[in-house]
Design a protein around this ligand. Structure first.
Ligand code: F6R
Length: 615
């Protein structure tokens, strides 16, 4: 995923811009670049590197450049390969203008054709370069710079967030956004501009989110934004939220550990966020009408990995609470299957990052049929939000560790709430029951934390040394605890590199039972429904009868299961459908402790990236 950053102010820009790029680094990129108005000779200095920000940093140090006005970028190749030529910043013909851009200028070819006829020379394959030449053509030398810039931006089609610096206007950042996120970090005698407040959260206290379809100029003391008609647009300057600033590990050994501990707050924040919505705001945000929700006939939950698991658990939420059939589908598979457009279906794309390529491609395919798509994501500024008709945000705060934890639990929170909201619109439940569901979620968050706290020392001291020695695991669940078992198996695999496979417990005797032996622990996630519980118990007996080793996540009062297991974690009872949420913290911690005992690179497991922006 690309990131843009700009700086204008009293401090030397290079360390600030590079630090900002590093803070956004975990999202993945393949080249990086920096340009500044060089303070020594007022020239425009540019450095680009294919590879890491560290490489860029070394190049800049060798070049000895810095200044008080600068832009930086990390690029994930879309138009054109990952080369130095295609890396941002892009320059105009005179090399006095530099631009960093996120998004896609859809009409770049038309604009480029005209600019080429006007004598402009292009050196990259990117759509972004057109911005530098347009600026050169239309803004440089204009009698009214602001008006010329507004007119230039008016020519653009597509999605963009960009920052331009120019030797002509050496104390100004020109900015514009449409579809892609952009925000201004407001400091004392300095301003940042970035695609994500994370980039400058440690440097300034205030942020202004650049409104959609606006452009403007930012200087060290002020900024002004305009709409398409050239009217000034006011935007509030807000205190930066603590969670954006605190993206350090703090006293925690790993981000994953910190993020597991943050789940209670993240769940509560998500619930409170929905509670605070005004009448009509839910539908407006989702991009559908109340009538559509009342008549909705099918819910599709689209995702990959952990987000797909959240969707699979949420199938049960929607079906039992709303009475509407729900299907969780894997984005990477769904898009290649025969598609049967359903005009009364709601297509919810679940993605923590909002940048997962398979999810985006699936949504594009569904959008092409004019259907109702919703982005359920943790990143308001993501491509998924831009491309879906509506969006629905979780409030997990930034998740840095590759292995998803608080994003997963807030996805469950979000989908549980949404299922109840839809049920209310359909008249299946009343307002009081929606409020009750909110209470259940808050309680589940508290129980998640309490369970984690209760067992964490034992898990580290007793369990991790034992269980890190096994090299194969089976995970079992039934009904809602089966997709949770899938998530647990994924968590263990990705961070410990131990092979793990999840099965619906009822399938055991149809094959997987052949794998059961002492050296293959079987982890069972229980269920509060008595019928399902007793069937799970029978499966546990089958395992025990084959000399298997059982680790049970049992619910309070499930004495037979607790007694039968070799190791039992006893989890408090909650709203029945929320048992996976309550168990999530401990399950993640169990996998984490094993991986840590194996000495793995927990936050950045081998071969994996946080944002999977390639198919
Ligand atoms: C596993 C994990 C991945 C992601 C998957 C989708 O812990 O995080 O399986 O869930 O890559 O990512 P998003 O949710 O960003 O679409």
């Amino acid at each position: 995923m690309c990131s843009v950053i700009g700086y204008v102010g009293k401090r030397l820009s290079c360390p600030l811009v590079l630090e900002g790029l590093k803070r956004l680094e975990y999202r993945g990129y393949d080249s990086a670049g920096f340009a500044c108005v060089n303070s020594s000779d007022r020239s425009l200095s540019v450095q680009k590197a294919v590879g890491s920000v560290k490489q860029l940093e070394a190049q800049i140090a060798d070049a000895g450049i810095d200044g008080y006005v600068a832009v930086g970028h990390t690029r994930w190749a879309t138009h054109g390969q990952a080369t130095k030529e295609n890396a941002h910043p892009h320059l105009d013909c005179t090399k006095r203008i530099a631009v960093v851009h996120n998004g896609i200028i859809e009409n770049f070819q038309d604009l480029k054709d005209v600019l080429v006829l006007q004598g402009h020379l292009f050196v990259s394959d990117t759509d972004s370069e057109v911005l530098a030449h347009l600026f050169e053509q239309y803004v440089t030398g204009a009698s009214d710079t602001h008006e010329a810039f507004i007119r230039m931006v008016g020519q653009l089609k597509g999605a963009y967030a960009f920052v331009i610096i120019s030797l002509e206007y050496p104390d100004i950042l020109f900015v514009a956004r449409r579809g892609s996120p952009l925000c201004i970090g407001v400091g004392k005698e300095e301003m940042f501009v970035a695609s994500d407040p994370l980039a400058f959260a440690q440097q300034v206290e205030y942020v202004a989110f650049v409104p959609e379809r606006t452009c403007g100029v930012v200087s060290k003391d002020s900024f002004v934004l305009y709409d398409r008609e050239g009217m000034a647009v006011q935007t509030p300057i807000e205190q930066l939220e603590a969670e954006w600033i605190a993206v350090e590990k703090g006293e925690h050994e790993h981000f994953m550990l910190k993020e597991m501990y943050e789940q209670k707050q993240a769940i509560a924040r998500t619930v409170h966020f929905y509670q605070s919505m005004k009448k009509g705001q839910v539908e407006e945000t989702l991009g559908v009408t109340q009538d559509f929700l009342r008549d909705v006939e099918k819910i599709y939950l689209i995702g990959c990995g952990t987000s797909w698991h959240a969707g699979r658990i949420a199938e049960f939420f929607f079906e039992s609470v709303t009475g509407v059939p729900a299907a969780a589908v894997l984005a990477s598979e769904f898009r290649h299957r025969t598609f049967f457009p359903h005009p009364k279906a709601l297509y919810i794309a679940i993605s923590q990052s909002g940048e997962t390529a398979d999810v985006l491609e699936t949504i594009r395919m569904i959008n092409s049929h004019g259907l109702s798509t919703v982005a359920l994501t943790n990143v308001a500024s993501s491509s998924l939000v831009r491309e879906c008709q509506g969006f629905w945000l979780t409030q997990a705060g930034p998740e840095i560790a590759v292995a998803s934890t608080k994003a997963f639990s807030t996805q469950l929170t979000s989908l549980y709430w949404l299922a109840h909201y839809v049920a209310q619109i359909k008249g299946r439940i009343d307002q009081k029951q929606l409020i009750q569901a909110e209470r259940e979620l808050l309680t589940a968050g508290e129980l998640l934390e309490a369970t984690l706290e209760e067992y964490k020392h034992e898990v580290i001291a007793q369990d991790a040394p034992i269980y890190s020695a096994f090299n194969r695991y089976i995970f079992l669940g039934r009904h809602i605890s089966y997709p949770f078992a899938l998530e647990a198996a994924l968590k263990l695999k990705e961070i410990s590199y131990i092979f793990a496979q999840a099965y619906p417990a009822g399938e055991l005797k149809h094959g997987p039972l052949a794998l059961v032996e002492k050296v293959v622990p079987v982890v069972v996630f229980s269920h509060s429904d008595p019928v399902i519980y007793h069937k799970l118990l029978a499966n546990v007996q089958e395992v025990k009868a084959r000399d298997g080793h059982v680790i049970a996540f049992a619910l309070e009062g499930q004495y037979e299961l607790i007694a039968a297991a070799d190791r039992a974690f006893v989890v408090p009872q909650s709203a029945p459908l929320l048992a996976p949420l309550v168990m999530a913290g401990l399950m993640q911690f169990f996998c984490y402790a094993i991986a840590n005992a194996c000495g793995r690179s927990i936050d950045k497991p081998r071969n994996l990236a946080k944002s999977v922006t390639v198919e």
